[in-house]
Design a binder for this molecule. Structure first.
Ligand code: 13P
Ligand code: SF4
Length: 310
């Protein structure tokens, strides 16, 4: 059945000149049918560069919205219209305007996990893989960082700049506790602990490295270590195991499941292409303002990758 659905997806892809982009947290079958699987930065870069006419996004709403902002001439489809991100919903454009008015003149760095309205009110965007580099690139000693207080806190430990955070967080990553890490370490004493910077600071403090999902895969692939405890959404284990069949990966907690990332199935990828749904569009005026903030981030990443900083 899976092979049959995959075949139908491939036929429609050819007919419609479509590319399938999937986040590392998607279920294994969806990752396996995608043309590109990656972290939020990689997905945004792919969306900006692709010459496909249609982008099928297996992820959550803000990711498809970012793709639509970067490629306004393309048709961007989200595989499940209800796949949102609770952290992105923790700040609105109105709330950000109010926050800015309380800190006049301080530039705003916005995590890509946010709505287009919020990005349009921002000076810079970032993802978890380039947040430190972006904050360093802002020509100011102080920034407002929204919506993720934990990523913002992580950045503040890596820069001299003053980082004032909004009170948002990822419910999935916030489940993870230092006790979970301790238990996993006692069960796998030779393993390195890799966690996402969306985790709480006390979890980052007891881990070996805080990395974006794409950085985790790179790190585990290049490392000479053969066992890893993974503190991020469970879907990433499939990418880690596929790229490193000889290594062992242990999820730090069974609670690390994002219900929104798990809404997409292989069937939904097929239905998206059959029905050309759900088409994600962004108001051109809002898209124009958010594009500036996203483009600044892409420019910083292009520069830092060339300089070898990741
Ligand atoms: P990255 O894949 O960019 O690390 O993002 C994690 C995440 O939570 C996306 O929603
Ligand atoms: Fe949002 Fe967290 Fe799910 Fe990522 S893992 S989409 S930040 S709720």
């Amino acid at each position: 059945m899976t092979a049959e659905i995959t075949e139908r997806i491939r036929t429609l892809q050819r007919e419609k000149n479509a590319v399938i982009l999937a986040h590392n947290y998607q279920i294994a079958e969806v990752q396996d049918v995608a043309d590109y699987v990656g972290d939020s930065l990689g997905l945004a870069q792919q969306a900006a560069q692709t010459d496909a006419d249609v982008i099928v996004f297996a992820g959550v709403h803000f990711m498809a919205e970012t793709a639509a902002i970067l490629s306004p001439d393309k048709t961007v489809l989200l595989t499940d219209v209800d796949a949102g991100c609770p952290m992105a919903d923790m700040i609105t454009g109105d709330q950000l305007r109010q926050f800015k008015s309380e800190h006049p003149g301080v530039p705003v760095v916005t995590y890509v996990n946010s709505s287009a309205d919020v990005k349009a009110e921002s000076d810079w965007c970032c993802t978890s893989s380039n947040a430190v580099n972006v904050v360093e690139a802002v020509p100011s000693d102080e920034v407002l960082f929204v919506p993720d207080k934990y990523l913002g806190h992580y950045v503040s430990t890596k820069t001299e700049k003053k980082v004032t955070t909004w009170n948002g967080y990822c419910p999935t990553h916030s489940w993870l506790s230092p006790e979970d890490i301790e238990l996993a370490r006692s069960e796998h004493p030779n393993a390195e602990v890799l966690v996402h910077p969306e985790c709480r600071p006390e979890v980052v403090a007891v881990s070996d490295h805080a990395l974006s999902t794409g950085q985790m895969i790179d790190y585990a692939t290049k490392s000479s270590t053969s066992e890893f405890i993974i503190g991020t959404e469970i879907g990433i284990i499939h990418q880690l195991e596929t790229k490193n069949p000889q290594k062992s990966f242990f999820i730090a907690s069974r609670r690390l499941v994002c219900p929104n990332m798990k809404r997409t199935t292989l069937e939904k990828v097929l239905w998206s292409l059959e029905d050309m749904s759900t088409h994600i569009t962004v108001d051109p005026e809002i898209a124009g303002r958010s594009r500036l903030a996203i483009q600044r981030m892409l420019d910083v990443s292009a520069h830092t990758v060339k300089a070898g900083n990741g």
